[in-house]
Write a protein that binds this ligand. Structure first.
Ligand code: NAP
Length: 330
């Protein structure tokens, strides 16, 4: 018989959305656990410098992770280190099964499992992630002012983010493995019209090279037609070759878009009562730390309302105490 653990709310993932949800759940006096397979912080841990989180003109991803974790723990969040294998609904309970068979049970689950930018899989990419290899132009573009940067891919993200990067970079080289672009014509036209954008077509990245401090200095690009190899000096590489949301853990059908991003309402609720989604795993316009934190907050407020509606445990006690206090004052 699998071990069972009972909570008011289970949070899948401890990135910014999960840690914000944990903080708010603690403040709402809910018994909450976050399940994390690696270390708290999520994508923050792949980010060296952050300059777009309000209140922090500059902070490293590691530092912000540690602060968010400590803050959530202060309000009572537990973090258990597990790989989540499956999430499902069983009567009034939502169940999360982890790799050792333990079943975490609660009336509500918030899935903040994020996702992964698709990787090139070339030498240097993993080693220099956060040190010149970046998967977020909005987050990191400003660090490469007046430098030559490279973008990889031929979809809407590559073309749009490539143009965005011209705000900072002296030149943006878009490397794409074909002549034709997957991106919409309007995005291709905007990139072609931009004097700071250059293209290397029919080409792939073979290697990303760093200096002795481990920061990107050059990229080896190979032309697939001629096999000619060129070493291009750049300060950063932004692969935009797709993103895969971690939304494949559901036993029941949770509604999602064609790429796997989960649809939610404005309270982060999915189509299954008691299952919520927040952060990068959710269908939305952008993937920022600020929006993830907002999603996590909203999800907990919605969970609290659901628990009150269900007459569940502490949330109900808190609601009843508040009502009683109001009556006493009258
Ligand atoms: P995408 O459309 O899947 O494009 C990925 C690009 O990366 C393709 O050009 C692909 O080349 C290339 N690629 C894939 N694997 C590669 C590899 N291993 N090495 C080199 N190149 C590789 O991804 P996306 O641009 O992230 O867009 C995802 C979705 O979001 C799309 O539906 C897109 O339309 C949408 N989106 C829309 C907007 C907008 O409407 N404003 C903005 C951004 C994204 P091939 O073409 O040769 O396969």
């Amino acid at each position: 018989m699998a071990e069972r653990k009972q909570y008011d709310v289970i949070i899948v993932g401890a990135g910014p959305a999960g840690l914000a949800a944990g903080l708010y759940a603690g403040r709402m006096e809910l018994k909450a656990v976050a399940l994390e397979r690696l270390a708290p912080g999520g994508e923050l841990l792949n980010t060296l410098d952050i300059e777009d989180y309000p209140g922090f003109e500059h902070i490293t991803g590691q530092e912000l992770s540690e602060k968010m974790e400590a803050h959530a723990r202060k309000f009572g969040l537990s973090i258990d280190y597990h790989e989540v294998e499956e999430v499902w609904s069983e009567g009034d309970e939502r169940v999360v099964r982890v790799e050792d068979g333990t079943e975490y049970r609660a009336p509500a689950v918030i899935v903040t499992a994020g996702g992964q930018p698709r990787k090139l899989g070339v030498p240097g990419e993993a080693e220099m992630a956060g040190r010149g290899v970046s998967y977020c132009a909005i987050c990191d573009g400003a660090f490469f002012k007046e430098q030559v940067v490279m973008v990889v891919g031929g979809g809407d993200s590559a073309l749009e983010e490539g143009v965005f990067l011209t705000r900072y970079a002296s030149k943006v080289i878009i490397v794409h493995r074909r002549q034709d672009f997957r991106a919409q014509a309007v995005a291709v036209a905007a990139a072609r019209a931009n004097p700071k954008v250059e293209f290397m077509l029919d080409s792939v990245v073979d290697e990303i090279k760093g200096d002795e401090s481990g920061k990107v200095v050059a990229v080896t690009v190979r032309n697939l037609k001629t096999e000619a190899v060129t070493e291009v000096a750049v300060g950063a590489v932004f692969p935009f070759i797709g993103f895969t949301p971690n939304s494949n853990i559901f036993r029941d059908h949770v509604e999602h878009d064609e790429l796997g991003y989960i649809y939610t309402d404005t309270g982060m609720a999915t189509n299954i009562e008691g299952i919520f989604a927040a952060g990068d795993v959710r269908h939305q316009l952008t993937k920022q730390i600020t929006t993830a934190v907002g999603d996590g907050t909203t999800a907990v407020v919605a969970v609290t309302k659901l628990l009150e509606k269900l007459g569940h445990g502490r949330a109900q006690d808190v609601a009843e105490e508040a009502e009683l206090a109001a009556e006493v004052q009258v």
